[in-house]
Every structure is written in C-alpha cells, then in structure tokens.
Design a protein. Sequence first.
Length: 361
Amino acid sequence: MARANSFLILGGVAFALLAGSASASAQRRDDARDLLFGAMDKGRYLAVEGIILRRNSTRDPGMMQLRMAQATGISKTVVLSPLSFQGVTTLDDGQNWMTYVPDENRVVIQGSPRLMGGTSRRKRAAASSYRFVSDTGDTIAGRKTIVVVATPKSPEMPTRRYWIDSDYPYILKMDVVDGGTPKVLLDTKAIAFEVASSPEAFRITPATGVRRIYLESPETIRSAEAAKAMVGFTPIMPRDLPYGFVIQEGQVVGDKSERFVALRLTDGLASATLYQWPMSRKNPVPCQDKKSVREVNGLRMRLVGDLPEVVLSKLIDAFVKELAKGLQSLSGTSQDDSVLPDVDRARQREGNGPVPFGVSH
C-alpha cells in the first residue's frame, strides 16, 4: 500500500511538472508572438534613420539599397541602388502613400496600405498558423537582437525569421527559409534611434512641372450584397481557407467603368491578393501565369502573392470549390458576411483635391 501511494505521489508530481512545463512553453510561444507583433505595430512610430536592404519578393534576384527615415508614423525611403531605380522616393504618412519617380517627373498618390488595419485578425491567424520561439539573435548593424522564429504548422509553407532590436520594438532583419535555403527580404546596414529629424526630411520636392497621378481609392466591402451593387456580381468569399489563411479585407478597386474585387488574404504573416472579375471584361491584372488563374461560371480569378506554387494553387482552388458548392454564381445569392472582418477604416481621399502632406512644389 505504501509503495502504491508512493507511485501515486510520484505520478502526481510528474504530471504537475509536465503540466507546468507545457504551460511555460505556451507562455514562451505567446511572448515570442507578442514581441514580433509589438515590433510590427509600434516600430513605425519610432524616430529612426538608417540604410537598409530590401527585396519585395523571394523571387526577386537582387535587393534594393535604400536610405530611410521615419517618425511618429511617417516614413520615407529613397532608393540608392540599383541605378535603374536610383532616386525613387516613397512617403507614407498613414493616410496617403506617395511615390516620386524623378526620371519621369511624376508623383503617384494613393491611399496608404496602413489604412487596411486588421492587426488583431492577423495576430489570431498567425497563432493558428505558426509556432513561435525566440532566442538571442545575431548582432545587426552594431545592435543586439532577439530572433523570433515562426515555424508554420503546414510543411508546405516556409519558415519566417525576424531579428528584433533588443532595446526597441523594431525589426532589423527578416528572411524566409524554404527548403532549407534562407532568402533575406530585409536587412539593416546602419541605423540610429531617437533621431530628431526636421519636418523637411519628410517632404518630397519634385522638379518644376511634375505630373501628379491620383489613383482612385479602393472601397471596403461591407457585405456581399453591397459588393454586388458596385461590381455587378457577388464575390466568392469562402469561410474556410487552407493553411490558416483568412480574408483580412475585401475591396472594390478600379475605375468606375471597370470595377473588380480584390480580397486581401493573410495567415498572419504571409499575404496574397485574390482578384475577381467577369470574363466579359478586360483583364485588370496580368494573367500570363496560368497556374494562379482560374475561370469558372463566367468568372475569372487571379491570385497574386509571394507564396510557394502549391500553396497558391490550393488557395485559389478553395474559391473554385466554394463556387462549385452552389453557394455562388454571377447572379449571386446573399452570402454570410461573417467571413469579412469588422474593420473601421478611415475614408481615403479621392480625386484631384489639395496636394497631400509631404509634397512640395
């Protein structure tokens, strides 16, 4: 009896240790995830200047070198190399995103991508799609870092690594590891924090006679029926997408005569955009890559994103299956709008109104 009690006591202790270990492990995962999203959310508000290397896609052969500065939510970058893009300047004040191309003396002005928001939805998606761990990272641009590794729960998705400054919530480096090979998307060569920049540092001063191009702002889809009224068909919006992806936001884009649907998808860290339009209209986006294009029931869809081909194929096929279930058609029936995020979005400025902040004549 005494021996049996001893086994029970030891078993209880072991169970408590295992439970405590599991709880501590879960807390470390949450801490690593919170550290990463804290840097994503708060880093843009830091006063920073530096030189960075950036690649827009893992498919890009080389990286751009840029001079960057930011403060209180305003950011500016100037391309230093390659020569073909030298001098191209972007300015994002949280409302407008402006790009100045000096060789063509034109400024393109459109709504800031940061208006999309949806941080809480992205964070929930990331929690279900990845496992997070953190560790001491490499020294980058003379700064100590903490590296957060986001390992996907699906083996078809790549691992993502983020090196975050040890003293500031700021991402200094980021890469994607697919098939054991890392591809750097962001790297920092020099950086200074708590920089007191003058207001002139956040202005674009184009040459005389600059041509200003205002891109029409997209409209957020609040319901499937509202989208149908704007584009003439009910967009396909599956409730369940593979790899933990969700619809971060639905938008109606394009000019008034040729409007189409853009669904912004995310698994919390990776992103893609699914475009939909009737086949009777001209293609608003290139469709040469047939692997990411589907045509069904008079509707054409194109999925664009920096994702493995197998992932892109399964994602777009999920939309085809939704249509095949008989829930959607071009004439459309009312769809459950709960797949759309409940996001309060600031209305973007349209037309040729006053010149936005940051552009000097």
